[in-house]
Design a binder for this molecule. Structure first.
Ligand SMILES: [Zn+2]
Length: 93
């Protein structure tokens, strides 16, 4: 019988998703479920990347949103990535 062993998600730090809640929801929904009941949820949280709208400086921000460009002090930073919710891999048996 086919079973899912693991599900790998990538959840950006700017996505607004609370990891613990996501994990709890996954566990709740999959408990006792034939296909997913014994699967592991693996969550990766890649760092967000922001670009300064003024000088173009690109910076990583882990966790909270970077507030200010370290080079020109501009406060308008454009998120390049980090707000994604991606199903990266499903491993089956
Ligand atoms: Zn800048």
């Amino acid at each position: 019988m086919e079973k899912v062993l693991s599900v790998t998600m990538e959840i950006g730090t700017l996505s607004g998703v609370v990891i613990d809640s996501f994990q709890f929801g996954f566990d709740t929904l999959t408990t006792g479920e034939r296909l997913l009941g014994e699967s592991n949820l693996i969550i990766r949280t890649p760092d967000a990347v922001c670009r300064c709208s003024d000088c173009g400086h690109v910076m990583m921000s882990s966790g909270i949103r970077t507030e200010q460009c370290p080079l020109c002090r501009n406060r308008l930073l454009i998120p390049e990535s980090g707000d994604d919710l991606v199903l990266r891999q499903v491993e089956m048996e």
